[in-house]
Write a protein that binds this ligand. Structure first.
Ligand SMILES: Nc1ncnc2c1ncn2[C@@H]1O[C@H](COP(=O)(O)OP(=O)(O)O)[C@@H](O)[C@H]1O
Ligand SMILES: O=C(CO)[C@@H](O)[C@@H](O)COP(=O)(O)O
Length: 566
């Protein structure tokens, strides 16, 4: 009998399920569910950088997507051997002692502080700065050593500390917190005790300062200096962590009935989307896999003998087994990539959102259609026009920090800038400057890896922007002066999760073996072109000067910088 697995990928806006044949890696069925409350903008405030998601969005999405792929495939339920979940991160959720998300308990249903704090929520900049200051000055271990030397406001402890201070009711009711990938896995397995649950090595190592060398999470003396509540959170968390080739449990009766599967289906330990994406794309040693969507995550695997105990500065961590068990997984990334282009689209769409309302000539239905159609054409049309701009024509110079800087050297207080505007500057010129900016941000990451002695032998692109934005990909190849190979799979993280599920279910002995059979092949390769390479080399030098200037200026005004020298 053929054997199948399901990969479930919780992204920023939607969750995707794929049902995969384990002998070939072929996806038989896939399904997407867009989070309905999130789509309405509920519980968020972009101006305050507050991004929260209701767990019901995730639970509903998990049920509808998996049920549909199983039903449509016609595969017998007993042939589906395993499931693995990947999610964004760090996206922690407060829970009660039974492991129920607080927002699902009476009194907290509408409280954003009781919900999942999405990776891109930057409300805890002050708390991240405090953690950095303490790590460098408390006289004990520097717990930021293996996460690039800087703790980010995108991460676990900073977010918990922020909410504990802001909302006493949540602090008192939250027995502990779980990363989203662990919580969704916990729900599927129907476990009742979060303390004994197998939590993700990937999430713990990259975001919660877990490291084997200091025996797990940071010691109580460190956490209690920030807030004694964090010691309680830690006591109710984990000491050991697990890689995603391992079994977290089997489907609970309740969930097996909901999904149309059997209770024998293995559920693998959860992980993050980017790391699963690198596995879906082949996880070759020394290949930098760039997951390019709203943000980017840049993932590499390297042998332990090469990395040793060297702490790579300014990245989002180096964790044993976070991608492939037995190898070191290195993570870097940009807090905004496609999001910078989406921001510009929203700026240009302002009249569509605000002035069309007064047009009595059109029905509301027509107005809505018009808005949606025009908005969907903005980025593709700007890409086409920007590509035609001759090199000698003046294009502004921009920075990519519209949502702060993730790496190198996390600093979410930083902001974007556009310089060199004149009366001749048109929307395609600005758009091109923004595309160049996100590519220059990528070059800074590549440079940092190399400065720190981590060799990059090839670059692979996956994610929405890699697949649908040839202009951005060609610019990236020219700026990096390296070929960029694009993976065929348009669901590489979900495929990667399916690969982990196949190993956890015992179908393959190792992730490497499963990748050989199931990993995505490559399609297009973008080759660097000689003339633009030279041009961008010079412009990149100007980008670095502008970046240094803006960084200095922002820090002058804002002492709460999240860098290591606070
Ligand atoms: N044609 C395009 N060119 C460049 N960027 C695009 C294009 N279409 C969409 N995007 C960007 O892709 C991003 C979404 O990427 P995707 O991978 O689909 O989502 P996610 O990051 O949530 O997984 C958005 O930020 C959007 O601006
Ligand atoms: O930061 C991580 C993983 O560490 C990602 O989950 C985060 O960038 C979100 O990714 P997407 O842009 O939604 O694909």
């Amino acid at each position: 009998m053929k054997q199948y697995v399901v990969g479930l990928d919780f992204g920023t806006d939607s969750v995707r399920a794929v049902l995969v044949d384990t002998s070939t890696g072929r996806t038989l069925e896939s399904e997407v569910h867009w989070y309905s409350r999130w789509k309405e903008g509920k519980y968020c405030n972009a101006r305050e950088n507050r991004f929260r998601q209701h767990p019901l969005d995730h639970i509903e999405g998990m049920e509808t997507t998996v049920k549909k792929v199983v039903q449509r495939s016609g595969v017998p339920p007993e042939a589906v051997k395993g499931i693995c979940i990947d999610t964004t991160g760090s996206s922690p959720v407060p829970i009660d002692s039974s492991g129920t998300a607080l927002a699902l308990t009476p009194g907290f249903e509408e409280n954003p502080n009781a919900m999942m704090v999405l990776w891109k929520d930057h409300t805890s900049i002050a708390e991240a700065a405090e953690i950095n200051h303490l790590a460098k000055n408390w006289g004990g271990i520097d717990y930021t050593r293996y996460i690039g030397g800087v703790y980010s406001s995108e991460w676990f402890w900073a977010k918990i500390l922020h909410i504990a201070r802001e909302d006493r009711t949540v602090k008192e009711a939250a027995w502990s917190w779980m990363e989203h990938c662990d919580l969704m896995t916990y729900i599927l397995t129907g476990k009742k005790d979060p303390k004994t649950f197998k939590c993700s090595r990937c999430a713990a190592g990259h975001k919660a300062m877990w490291h084997e060398s200091w025996g797990g999470l940071p010691e109580d003396g460190f956490l209690s200096r920030l807030d004694p509540y964090l010691v309680t959170v830690k006591e109710n968390l984990y000491t050991d962590t697990f890689t995603s080739d391992m079994v977290a449990g089997t489907l609970s009766r309740d969930w097996s009935e909901k999904l149309g599967l059997t209770e024998h289906t293995i559920v693998a330990v959860g992980t993050f989307d980017a790391h699963a994406g690198a596995v879906g794309a082949g996880a070759e040693a020394f290949a930098l896999v760039r997951v390019m969507g709203t943000s980017t995550c840049d993932i590499m695997v390297a042998p332990k003998e090469i990395i040793g105990n060297n702490a790579v500065k300014g990245i989002c961590g180096q964790v044993d087994g976070s991608v492939v068990p037995g190898w070191i997984g290195l993570e870097a990334g940009q807090s905004a990539f496609g999001d910078l282009l989406a921001w510009f689209r929203e700026v240009l769409a302002w009249p569509l959102e605000n002035l069309l309302n007064d047009t009595i000539l059109l029905s509301e239905e027509t107005r809505q259609q018009l808005r949606e159609e025009l908005k969907s054409r903005i980025i593709p049309e700007l890409s086409a026009q920007a590509e035609k701009i001759p090199a000698e024509e003046s294009v502004p110079l921009a920075l990519d920090w519209i949502n702060g800087r993730r790496t190198p050297d996390a600093d979410q207080a930083l902001k974007s800038a556009i310089t060199g505007l004149n009366l001749g500057t048109r929307a395609p010129h600005i758009f091109r400057a923004l595309v160049e900016a996100i590519c220059f941000g990528a070059k800074k990451i590549v440079e940092r890896f190399e400065e720190e002695g981590v060799e990059i032998r090839s670059v692979v692109g996956i994610g929405g922007v890699a697949k649908k934005a040839p202009f951005v990909m060609q610019t990236l190849a020219d700026v990096l002066d390296r070929p960029i190979r694009i993976a065929v799979s348009d669901q590489a993280p979900a495929l990667g999760a399916a690969i982990y599920a196949a190993v956890a279910a015992g179908i393959y002995p190792t992730v490497e073996e499963a990748v050989k059979a199931m990993g995505s092949p490559m399609e297009t390769t973008y080759e660097p072109r000689e003339a633009p390479v030279g041009f961008y080399r010079e412009k990149y030098a100007r980008y670095k000067e502008l970046a240094a200037f803006v960084e200095k200026d922002i820090h002058k005004k804002n002492p709460l910088k999240a860098t290591s020298d606070v």
